[in-house]
Design a protein around this ligand. Structure first.
Ligand SMILES: Cc1cc2nc3c(=O)[nH]c(=O)nc-3n(C[C@H](O)[C@H](O)[C@H](O)COP(=O)(O)OP(=O)(O)OC[C@H]3O[C@@H](n4cnc5c(N)ncnc54)[C@H](O)[C@@H]3O)c2cc1C
Length: 412
């Protein structure tokens, strides 16, 4: 039976890059993918536009992966954001940069990225077997024997596991790699969702599904401490809140909830004005528009559908004229505009998250090579590795960089 130099399990971005790199270095590479095509998840990224990387500097990249972000220093240095763009540029795909350094293919189509990966796999002669779902493997005299759910057998000297996380399972990423890694003695850290919408208790939020609160401030108060989140857009949904800031920060919030339970979050509807400045403005307004009803006044300041809930929370009569509002009532309204309270009670499940935070422990992977410290010839790349990055193109870069590094090292 033919023994491959490298078998790559999973044809997502990490697996494709690992296979391309191994084959580029002259190795006999086989790519085993359970679907009938590669990169199904990549096709969904950024609503099909694919935020492939970010122009940020290395240190920012590492920060985006949290406490153990420095694990990726070697991988991001060996195959950087610039290297990734170059890889595609020389194959005919250009890029555009949007706010916060987010990089997209100039075609705005994830499909363009996938087409180039597929062409490169073919160009370097990677053998691709579709509809092959790895079930288990074992190592015998330095050779790995791989078995599919149908007991189809392949043999290889090196194996790169690139099966992704456990979110969006319909794309093929159902967490199989965690079982395989676990069976070989690896520790799998708790699987938690990253980039996930949050549930809130307040029913008025659910009724306002689809309303976007633009550029609001957010802070979480717990245990006498304050966690300030970046300003941004908040999207109200039929179960709670979503939108860029929530998706960006959800893994931090989910971790905090594990320790603290339900969390109080405060929405600053006027982040551009400090308390004092808002007070000055409201005093002026109340004099200038003294005959206006409170309800009509607030329409100037808030999205129309938010006016009733704000008035309800303030226990103020919507029809009251501004000149009938007492100072105490005005200050209370001001307080609510600066800190509208919500209660976070949970999050959507892992399968609805953009990424899986948790996976094969980084302590068991050599960051220079992506090789397991427990099993020689076994490599882990992409989302299967514990931890996750923030939104902004960082997760795809992690998949490509770790894939490249493992492909290089499995070829040595
Ligand atoms: C909706 C959505 C939008 C996103 N947008 C962005 C974005 O714009 N920018 C960004 O950086 N990140 C984004 N991400 C995250 C990004 O898609 C992932 O981090 C990335 O795809 C991980 O790559 P991977 O190769 O490790 O795993 P995956 O892309 O999950 O690929 C794993 C592959 O392994 C295969 N597989 C699984 N088990 C087996 C098995 N037993 N045998 C054989 N094959 C198997 C799967 O079928 C799949 O093809 C988004 C994620 C989602 C869900």
């Amino acid at each position: 039976m033919k023994i491959y130099d490298i078998a790559v399990i999973g044809g997502g971005p990490a697996g494709c890059m690992a296979a391309i790199r191994g084959a580029q270095l002259g190795k006999k590479v086989i790519l085993l993918e359970r679907n009938d095509k590669i990169c199904r998840k990549l096709l969904l990224t950024a609503n099909g536009r694919c935020n492939i990387t970010n122009t940020a500097q290395l240190e920012v990249f590492l920060e985006m992966f949290g406490r153990r972000g420095s694990f990726y220093r070697d991988a991001f240095s060996e195959f950087s954001n610039q290297d990734l763009m170059e890889f595609f540029k020389i194959r005919g795909l250009d890029f555009k940069v949007e706010e916060a350094g987010r990089v997209f293919p100039s075609t705005e189509k994830a499909e363009s990225v996938v087409n180039i990966l597929k062409r490169a796999l073919d160009e370097y002669g990677v053998k691709i077997i579709y509809n092959y779902r790895l079930k288990h493997l074992h190592q015998q005299s330095k050779i790995f024997k791989l078995y599919s759910t149908e007991e189809e057998l392949f043999t290889t000297y090196n194996i790169i596991i690139a099966t992704g996380g456990a979110s969006y399972p319909r794309t093929g990423s159902t967490g199989d790699g965690f079982t395989v890694a676990g069976s070989l003695g690896h520790h799998i850290t708790e699987l938690k969702p990253g980039g996930v919408p949050l549930r809130v208790r307040e029913k008025w939020v659910h009724k306002l599904k689809g309303v976007a609160l633009e550029n609001v401030g957010l802070k979480i108060v717990y245990d006498g401490k304050i966690l300030n989140l970046p300003d941004g857009n908040l999207l109200l949904t039929h179960f709670g809140v979503s939108g860029p800031v929530i998706l960006d920060m959800s893994h931090t919030i989910v971790e905090l909830m594990d320790k603290q339970g339900d969390l109080e979050i405060y929405v600053d509807l006027k982040p551009e004005l400090k308390q004092d400045a808002l007070e000055v403005q409201m005093v002026e307004d109340f004099q200038k528009y003294s005959k206006k009803s409170l309800k009509n006044y607030l329409k100037f300041h808030l999205p129309q559908r938010l006016v009733d809930p704000v008035l309800e929370i303030s226990h103020l009569d919507p029809e009251k004229k501004l000149n009938q509002i007492t100072k105490k009532e005005r200050l209370m309204l001001q307080e609510i505009l600066k800190a509208l309270p919500l209660t976070i009670t949970g999050h959507l499940p892992l399968d609805r998250a953009m990424v899986t935070c948790g996976g094969v422990s980084k302590k068991e992977i050599d960051p220079k090579t992506m090789e397991s410290k427990l099993v020689k010839g076994l490599y882990f790349v992409g989302e299967i590795i514990a931890g996750c990055g923030r939104r902004g193109g960082f997760n795809l870069q992690q998949a490509f960089s770790t894939g490249y590094v493992a492909g290089s090292n499995a070829s040595r």
